[in-house]
Ligand binder design. Structure first.
Ligand SMILES: [Zn+2]
Ligand SMILES: [Zn+2]
Length: 505
């Protein structure tokens, strides 16, 4: 699962902190609470993580938790936090955010809960894109959808506890370790009252007191976690490690076409100029995906002469090819790499899960451009984002500077020769580089190509391939797109009809 994660080695010896929702993942009936910590530690060691487990905190409504369980947890170095049931997720996440602020990576965070979904996973995935920790997850029910969070290890709660069920050696380990934990600051804490102590009896007494009941009744209930990344800004100056790193651009020309009357030779310099403004000066490689048979010759010449690679696709195939090139092609692009995706907002939204996982896994720096402003915030956390049209206009304002730029880059790259030319419809997208526009043209008008186009337009044939989560996303996206298209056709049709119908009043 996590064999490729960039920070795994650094995290292996680093500290581990654990947040545990006791309601979602309870201690099994008859299970010795003193064995929780050793079970976790054994599981971490087994996966190669030997850093100290610096904190384990158990969250939940503790009013019914028996004293012997509190004893068992506390004596083995597990802190206990009382929260009203409804606010548990909110408080647990608030503590995680606070901990991250005080404990820079490398470190491992483990969350034991079934509630690492929705706003919590959205916000944590965004935090992870900015400042990445190694992530462990345990749950009593495996989530049914692919998470936006990239984790290096996952466990089923029961399995995690049961692994050393019949192992007597563990008892010895608890004995020796408990001495050490008593010295550290393991506490019992009531989050409603901000009360803490180290005596289970005192803690239980507090939870059954009038003072606590009164406080709990006035303490506000927070059902939703606080999305701390919601107010973050859009464009950031380049971090040093990415400033001179290469920039790989995937451009969907169906979603973001070249505007009418725009000189295609200015696309590359516009992008380069926008990158430079933010402090990025690495080499830029751009691949444009589009229907080249329906793209005017002068645009194709303009793009390829400025070193923009061209990939011929047809609408339905575009998403599949572009995203699989993007997702699969990453093995050859080690960190640090900047990647940019140019597409419309819906497409970004539809493929955000695989992309956000890729960004976390590879620690890529992400740029986005879109045809219209997103109506809701992406789970993707780009370092920079642009409206497609305003990105192209960058060069409009500084034409003379850019003319110099682009003529320089042309001579640098030797013109067309550096642009690659692909047909992504044939050969499962793995076809050769045709080297010149004329060669590609010859291919696109060949019998063999026409046959492949027919094949890929046959939806039944494509459906057969929908097995993985990615292809499912693709399927949904295409279905929504087709629905939208037919809707707008109907709208246009009815408008036309409405215009034709004579006015009666
Ligand atoms: Zn209290
Ligand atoms: Zn072809």
């Amino acid at each position: 699962m996590g064999s490729m994660w960039w920070g795994e080695e650094a995290a292996k010896g680093a500290k581990i902190a654990v947040w545990w929702d006791m309601k979602e993942c309870p201690i099994p009936e008859g299970y010795d609470a003193g064995r929780i910590r050793p079970s976790l530690e054994a599981a971490f060691k087994e996966r190669g993580y030997s850093g100290p487990v610096s904190s384990i905190t158990a969250y939940g409504d503790q009013t019914q938790t028996p004293v012997h369980i509190l004893h068992g947890l506390l004596s083995t170095g597990v802190s206990v936090a009382h929260t009203s049931s409804e606010s548990t997720n909110y408080i647990l996440y608030r503590d995680i955010v606070e901990w991250r602020g005080q404990n820079p990576p490398p470190a491992t965070m483990m969350i034991i809960s079934n509630q690492v979904v929705g706003d919590l996973s959205w916000d944590l995935a965004r935090l992870q894109q900015r400042s990445q920790y190694n992530l462990f997850l345990a749950y009593s029910k495996a989530p049914c959808v692919l998470s936006v969070l990239s984790t290096s290890s996952r466990w089923l709660w029961e399995k995690l506890l049961g692994d050393n069920n019949n192992n007597n050696n563990n008892n010895n380990r608890i004995e020796t370790r408990s001495v050490q934990y008593k010295l550290s600051a393991m506490i019992l804490c009531c989050k409603s009252c901000n009360f803490d102590c180290q005596s289970p009896e005192k803690f239980r007494k507090h939870l059954s007191s009038y003072k606590h009941a009164r406080q709990e009744s006035v303490y506000p209930t927070y059902k939703e976690v606080n999305r701390v990344t919601e107010t973050w800004g859009r464009n950031y100056a380049a971090a040093p490690e990415y400033a001179t790193a290469k920039i790989l651009v995937w451009w969907n020309m169906f979603d973001c076409p070249i505007p009418e009357g725009y000189d295609a030779r200015r696309v590359r310099p516009s992008l380069e100029e926008a990158f430079k403004k933010l402090g990025y000066s690495g080499p830029v490689s751009i691949t444009a995906y589009g229907d080249l048979n329906h793209t005017p010759e002068h645009l194709l010449r303009g793009l390829s002469s400025t070193g923009v690679s061209l990939a011929h696709t047809i609408l339905d195939v575009t998403y599949k090819r572009m995203y699989s090139d993007l997702l699969d092609g990453q093995k050859s692009n080690p960190t640090p790499t900047n990647i940019m995706v140019i597409s419309d907002t819906d497409t970004h939204q539809a493929f955000s899960t695989p992309l956000v996982r890729l960004v976390q896994k590879q620690k890529h720096n992400l740029f986005l451009a879109y045809s219209s402003r997103p109506y809701k915030m992406f789970v993707l956390l780009p370092s920079a984002e642009w409206l497609w049209h305003s990105l192209l206009e960058v060069s409009e304002k500084r034409k003379h500077v850019l003319q110099k730029c682009s003529s320089e880059s042309e001579s640098d790259r030797g013109g067309e020769s550096s642009a690659m030319l692909y047909c992504k419809v044939c050969c499962g997208g793995q076809g050769p580089d045709y080297k010149s526009l004329d060669n590609l043209r010859t291919h696109l008008s060949s019998e063999e190509h026409a046959h492949e186009v027919k094949k890929s337009q046959n939806i039944k044939h494509i459906r057969k391939a929908f097995r993985t989560g990615f292809l499912l996303l693709l399927d949904n996206h295409l279905r929504r797109r087709r629905a939208r298209k037919s809707q707008s056709c109907r709208r246009r049709g009815s408008r036309r009809r409405a215009q034709k119908s004579p006015t009666v009043w």
